[in-house]
Design a protein around this ligand. Structure first.
Ligand SMILES: Cc1cc2nc3c(=O)[nH]c(=O)nc-3n(C[C@H](O)[C@H](O)[C@H](O)COP(=O)(O)OP(=O)(O)OC[C@H]3O[C@@H](n4cnc5c(N)ncnc54)[C@H](O)[C@@H]3O)c2cc1C
Length: 286
């Protein structure tokens, strides 16, 4: 289907992006990879009069160590998330999530910033940044804000971004020695959005878990932190018993949607099975 008509403008700086957004009086959207904006316009789900290309803005580019965090620019494309050695070493849940995101053609254009700003509840990266306790750097005319991933995803396709603000980067705290990670999803076909997904990390000290962080996606309107499952893992070895306790705790953590084609109880059961699989295979970065 042809797109509705629109004005296309390219911003060369953040200040220019904010000004172009403000001039349009709320009838503008930012464009990064375009792999969600353009299909949604073709499907007439939205028809903004102005698209503002932010892909050339310097602050949105690059992957670099900054003190105790890895800063990943919002324009980092999914394919680079998959291939970047700094991300593989310091933000391994993103590297492990990336092969599950769509197909190579989409991964070559889609960006991590666009993906997080869209906040699709079935998307892999939001759950990964939540599990890694990352912070999101956003910049607007009022200045720069750092938002904890736990406070960023507010509702279905709704984030803490204020209209006009740009998500500029993701800051991932560097993992300590001994941290183990796991990620997996169940999808109907490779590359499809997940029916259920899990991202997890935990610190191991003398064989005992501390600071477990477990998140799920495609189980509600946002990526979800499984707090009761985390508590069930704390202070014990990762064993059949502790994993079974975490699986049982998901009944407290989750209240999945009850879809006639995919009943809530079935989704909860898939989540339990997948959590068991992920926790059994947790491993450190090689
Ligand atoms: C066939 C198909 C299959 C897909 N499968 C998956 C999948 O399995 N898993 C998955 O996670 N995704 C999937 N996607 C979505 C894909 O990953 C998108 O590219 C991604 O979600 C959006 O990134 P983008 O850079 O293309 O964003 P865009 O489409 O450019 O923008 C998306 C939204 O975010 C806003 N935005 C973009 N960048 C910023 C920014 N820096 N700051 C503030 N707002 C911003 C835009 O205004 C827009 O509202 C699929 C897409 C397609 C077409």
């Amino acid at each position: 289907m042809k797109l509705p008509s629109f004005e296309f403008l390219r911003a060369r700086s953040l200040a220019e992006a904010w000004a172009l957004h403000s001039d349009a009086g709320g009838d503008a959207v930012y464009l990064s990879g375009g792999h969600s904006v353009v299909p949604s316009m073709a499907l007439r789900l939205q028809a903004p009069s102005r698209l503002i290309d932010i892909s050339q803005i310097a602050e949105l580019h690059g992957v670099e160590l900054q003190g105790e965090t890895l800063r990943i620019g919002a324009m980092t494309r999914h394919a680079e998330v998959l291939a970047n050695p700094l991300i593989a070493r310091h933000a391994p849940l993103l590297s492990r999530a990336a092969p599950h995101v769509a197909h190579p053609a989409i991964r070559n254009r889609g960006t991590i910033g666009g993906n997080l700003a869209l906040a699709d509840p079935a998307s892999e990266f939001p759950a990964a940044v939540l599990a890694m306790r990352a912070e999101l750097e956003v910049m607007g005319p009022e200045g720069r804000r750092m938002i904890a991933a736990d406070d960023f995803f507010l509702d279905l396709y709704e984030t803490a971004l204020i209209p006009g603000e740009v998500l500029t980067a993701i800051h991932v705290p560097l993992p300590p020695e001994g941290r183990v990670f796991g990620f997996d999803e169940i999808a109907r076909r490779r590359g499809d959005y997940a029916m259920v997904g899990v991202a997890a990390q935990a610190d191991m000290s003398d064989g005992v878990v501390s600071d477990a962080s477990v998140t799920l996606f495609s189980v509600g309107v946002t990526p979800m932190r499984a707090a009761a499952a985390q508590d069930a893992l704390e202070g014990a070895p990762l064993s059949t018993d502790s994993i079974a306790r975490a699986q049982a705790a998901l009944a407290t953590d989750l209240d999945p949607p009850d879809d006639p084609g995919f009943p809530a109880e079935r989704r909860l059961q898939l989540a339990r099975v997948l959590l068991g699989r992920v926790l059994t295979r947790m491993e450190a970065v090689q």
